[in-house]
Design a protein around this ligand. Structure first.
Ligand SMILES: [Zn+2]
Length: 383
C-alpha cells in the first residue's frame, strides 16, 4: 500500500476512504476495524510496540514529488513536523511536497515559507527557521528518480513480514508492566488475577522454580506431560505440546489468527491485542487469556496430584462455560455461539455498559435471552 500506488488494492482504498495530502484517510468511525488497526500501526497509536512501524521506515527522496515536506521522515532524525513543531503549526500548507517546497525557494523570504495569518515570525521562531534551513543545506533532489520507502532494519532486502516480526520480538521490551496491568479485570475473580500476577512474575510453584529453591532435584523437575522438558512457566503454558494446543483451540474458537509468543508477558499483551478488535472485545480477550491460563494450571495440578488427564476439547468446553459464567455473573455481557458449516461465529451481545455494540430494544433483548438460555441448556446437557 505504501509502495504500489498504481495497484488495485491502493485504488480500492483511495476510492473507499479517500486521500488527503498524499496519505490515505482512516475514514472515521465508519471504517472497518481492520483498516483502523492498520492506521493505528501507521500512526504508532498504542498497541504492541508503539511506533515501531513509523520508526522503521523512512523516505528516500529522489525528485521529491511524492514526499511530504513536513509529514514524512526524509531528512534529519525525525519528520520535520516533530523536529520543528512550532514551524509546522504556523505553516500555511502542511501537506506541501519536498519538490514544491524546493521549487518555491527555501531561502529567506522564499514563498515556500508562508505562515498562517501571514504574520512575521518572532525572534525565537526565526532561530528555529534558521535551524531548519541549515538542516536542508545538504539536500539535493534528483529529477529523474522517484521517491521511495526504505525499510531501515533491512535496507537491501526491503520489508518482509518475517523482518517485521523480528523487529517486534527483538525490540519490544519485555512488556511485563503492560502484562501486569492486564491481570486486573472487573469480571474475573480476584484469585485468578492474583494467580496471573504470580504467573507473569514467575512466582508459581512450577517444578523448575521448586528445583531453583532446592525443594526438588533438577532431574525430577520435568514437565508433568511427560515431554521430557524442564517444567518452567514458559514451557508449561506456551511451549508444551500437551497444553499449548489449547491456545490454538481458543483462537480458532474466537476466530483469531496469530502467532503465539514464547514468553508469558508477551503472549498476554499480544493475545489481548489481536488486530481488528475494539475496546470491549479486547476486554473479553483479556478475560479469556486469564481463564485459559487458569484452566491450564488446574489441568497441570490435576494431572500431577490425581493422575487424571482431561482432553483438550473438554478443556475448551470448560473455558467456554466458565467465561460465560463470569460474564453472566456481572450481568454485563452474554456470549452467543453459533456453529455454522464448521465455522464459529461470534456475537458479543452487549447489555448494560456494552450496549453500544449492538443497541437492541428491550423486547429483542428478552427474546435473545430466551434463545441463549436454550442454547446453554443444550450445551450443558450435551456434556
Ligand atoms: Zn511439556
Amino acid at each position: 500500500m505504501l509502495v504500489d500506488r498504481v495497484g488495485l488494492w491502493y485504488s480500492v482504498l483511495v476510492a473507499r476512504y479517500g486521500k488527503v495530502g498524499g496519505r490515505l484517510e482512516l475514514g472515521g468511525r465508519s471504517c472497518s476495524s481492520w483498516w483502523r488497526e492498520v492506521g493505528r500501526i501507521r500512526d504508532g497509536d498504542g498497541g504492541v510496540g508503539g511506533s515501531w512501524f513509523g520508526d522503521s521506515v523512512r523516505r528516500k527522496v529522489g525528485d521529491g514529488t511524492d514526499t511530504l515536506f513536513w509529514q514524512h521522515w526524509w531528512c534529519g532524525r525525525a519528520p520535520l513536523r516533530e523536529l520543528f513543531p512550532r514551524l509546522f503549526d504556523l505553516a500555511m500548507n502542511k501537506d506541501i511536497s519536498v519538490a514544491n517546497m524546493f521549487s518555491l525557494r527555501l531561502l529567506r523570504g522564499g514563498e515556500g515559507w508562508s505562515w498562517r495569518r501571514r504574520r512575521r515570525l518572532w525572534a525565537w521562531e526565526e532561530v528555529l527557521l534558521e535551524e531548519c534551513r541549515a538542516l536542508l543545506l545538504d539536500v539535493s533532489l534528483f529529477p529523474n528518480i522517484s521517491d521511495s520507502w526504505v525499510w531501515l532494519p533491512d535496507t537491501i532486502g526491503g520489508f518482509t513480514v518475517r523482518g517485521a516480526y523480528k523487529v517486534l520480538t527483538a525490540t519490544v521490551n519485555p512488556n511485563r508492566d503492560s502484562a501486569l496491568d492486564l491481570v486486573w479485570h472487573h469480571q474475573v475473580p480476584l484469585k485468578i488475577s492474583i494467580f496471573a500476577w504470580r504467573l507473569i512474575r514467575d512466582r508459581l510453584p512450577t517444578r523448575a522454580n521448586l528445583a531453583a529453591c532446592g525443594i526438588l532435584q533438577l532431574d525430577t523437575a520435568l514437565c508433568v506431560a511427560g515431554c521430557g522438558m524442564i517444567e518452567t512457566a514458559d514451557h508449561l503454558f506456551l511451549s508444551c505440546l500437551s497444553f499449548a494446543v489449547l491456545w490454538e483451540q481458543v483462537r480458532h474458537w474466537i476466530g483469531c489468527v496469530g502467532v503465539d509468543s514464547n514468553t508469558i508477558s508477551h503472549h498476554f499483551v499480544q493475545f489481548t491485542s489481536f488486530s481488528g478488535f475494539g475496546k470491549v472485545r479486547r476486554s473479553f480477550l483479556q478475560l479469556l487469556w486469564l481463564l485459559t491460563s487458569w484452566v491450564i494450571w488446574n489441568e497441570r495440578n490435576i494431572r500431577l496430584f490425581k493422575n487424571v488427564i482431561t482432553e483438550v476439547p473438554r478443556l475448551l468446553d470448560k473455558i467456554k462455560l466458565l467465561s460465560l459464567a463470569w460474564l453472566k455473573a456481572k450481568n454485563a455481557t452474554f456470549v452467543l455461539e453459533l456453529r455454522c458449516g464448521g465455522q464459529v461465529l461470534w456475537f458479543v451481545w452487549a447489555l448494560a455498559n456494552h450496549r453500544r455494540l449492538f443497541p437492541l430494544d428491550f423486547v429483542t433483548v428478552c427474546s435473545l435471552c430466551f434463545v441463549v438460555s436454550g442454547l446453554l441448556a443444550h450445551l450443558v446437557l450435551r456434556d
